[in-house]
Design a protein around this ligand. Structure first.
Ligand code: FNR
Length: 468
């Protein structure tokens, strides 16, 4: 499995230099861009030990949306510059991972198409998980048969020759069945999926593993084969992946034309979006020096910002909402029943104000260092925001999250989940949907490992004393 740094290098090779710079770059001297990552490096973990961490659960709930891990995908514009399938490829990977994709208002694919891709991927995934669960159950049955066979072999060794012979045949049959189940039709190798369903269902995989272990303890290869069939599944049981439909959220820059903003709201609601993320750190465009140097200002003519089409079919430019104020937040709350997150909160006083405004959550974000340069890094801003909010609403942090220990640090300091922006673009550019999956699954395994090594069994078990 490649590291995120390696995936970025692969993406860079495939991207036009101006497009790579558009994704990678920040505002002005890029101080905040660098600070986001450096602030994680400046912090160290002080782990707890001897806490019995074999049963871990990475899942979290945010505003009613289930996430299989505390990592979601922050909104980034223009995915079709990274890969021809663009946001459809991203949505597929994110749905399969069981987490949230926040679709950017600057997406190059219509929200309806993104939602359809997410739904299809989820359904396909659920069907595979079903099949895998059946394979795991078969493994369990095979293990039982094998165990019975082995017991019989022992009886045979005691001298009951006739019964022993039959038992030997049963053991051999059990072994074959177990091997078949273990090999499955590739499902066992995908065992994580197997166990997800089993975990959500009735613990089949765990039971299967136990049965297989019993058989293996009896000394038979049949038992071992069966155990092989379900062990991978049992790993995922300990990951505790949540069941539930994939959630798409939508990121909004409220437009000066409220009628148009309302039309966008109705459209994304109809598409089944589960929450709104209102970006509030972009009163005006940040100064992106790399884009100016490269003369990169517009999408190529075959691409468009599809969710900015008005009723005539014309694509409007996204206006940066300089006039935006708390009155607009109030207006938005009345204009939709969707949960609203404010994205781009760094000051604790704004966080307190947001709680009073009745929003559902905040994204502690400096827009990945692309807006105000010299803005505080997000992990530096987090503790004061967390203490201002005091648990009233969930906090998501994004900016500079590149590995599992970054996630663990942010959660310990008060975030309920983190968002990643650029790493997903690197995965998409490097290998399309599979590349996004690679990034998400790598992070998942890193978070799981970091959690265990910090002595925690779930995100809630991470406390501020673990970070210095
Ligand atoms: C962004 N970001 C962003 N944010 C937003 O609210 N609306 C948007 O359309 C975009 N577009 C966008 C494009 C690109 C290329 C990047 C890199 C970022 C900001 C994004 O949501 C997030 O805050 C940062 O990307 C998080 O930092 P990392 O993970 O990229 O370091």
């Amino acid at each position: 499995m490649r590291t995120i740094v390696e995936i970025e290098a692969a993406a860079r090779k495939r991207l036009a230099p101006a497009h790579y710079d558009f994704y990678a770059g920040g505002a002005d001297a890029e101080e905040t861009l660098r600070a986001n990552e450096e602030a994680f490096r400046r912090r160290v973990l002080v782990p707890r030990v001897l806490r019995g961490v074999s049963e871990r659960d990475l899942s979290v709930q945010l505003a009613g949306s289930p996430l299989s891990m505390p990592v979601l995908v922050s909104p980034t514009a223009f995915h079709r510059l990274a890969h021809p399938e663009g946001e459809v490829a991203t949505a597929r990977a994110v749905a399969r991972a069981g987490t949230v994709l926040v679709v950017s208002m600057g997406a190059t694919t219509a929200i309806e198409d993104i939602a359809a891709a997410a739904r299809a991927a989820w359904t396909e995934n659920a069907a595979e998980e079903d099949a895998a669960a059946r394979a795991a159950a078969k493994g369990e049955a095979a293990a039982r048969e094998a165990a019975a066979g082995e017991a019989a072999v022992r009886i045979a060794a005691d001298g009951e020759a006739a019964r022993g012979e039959a038992a030997m045949r049963a053991a051999a049959k059990g072994e074959a069945a177990a091997r078949e189940a273990a090999a499955g039709d590739g499902q066992a190798a995908r065992g994580e999926a197997a166990a997800r369903e089993a975990a959500a269902g009735d613990g089949q995989a765990a039971k299967g593993e136990a049965a297989a272990r019993d058989a293996a303890a009896g000394g038979g290869t049949a038992g071992e084969a069966a155990a092989g069939g379900v062990t991978a599944g049992a790993v995922a049981v300990s990951e505790g992946v949540a069941a539930g439909a994939p959630a798409l959220w939508f990121q909004l820059y409220p437009q000066p034309d409220r009628g148009f903003t309302e039309a966008v709201l109705r459209r994304v609601e109809r598409a089944g979006v589960a929450a709104l993320v209102v970006t509030v750190d972009s009163a005006v465009y940040g100064q992106r020096e790399r884009d100016h140097r490269n003369g990169f200002h517009d999408l190529p003519p075959h691409l468009a910002v599809e969710n900015m089409r008005d009723h005539t079919g014309r694509v409007r430019d996204i206006a940066m909402p300089a006039a935006l104020s708390w009155a607009d937040v109030e207006w938005l709350r009345a204009a939709t029943t969707l949960p609203i997150f404010l994205k781009g909160i760094l000051h604790p006083a704004d966080a307190r104000r947001a709680v009073r405004a009745g929003v559902s959550g905040l994204v502690v974000s400096n827009h990945g260092g692309r807006q105000l340069d010299s803005a505080i890094s997000t992990v530096d801003a987090l503790p004061a925001v967390a203490s201002a909010v005091d648990g009233a609403i969930p906090l998501i942090l994004d900016g500079g999250v590149r590995c599992g220990t970054d996630v663990v640090k942010a959660l310990a300091l008060g975030a309920s989940a983190v968002g990643i922006g650029r790493p997903v673009l690197w995965g998409l550019a490097a290998a399309g949907s599979e590349g996004v999956t690679e990034v998400l699954e790598r992070l998942r395994s890193e978070v799981d490992r970091a959690l265990a090594l910090c002595g925690a069994v779930n995100p809630a078990g991470l406390t501020a004393d673990l970070v210095r």
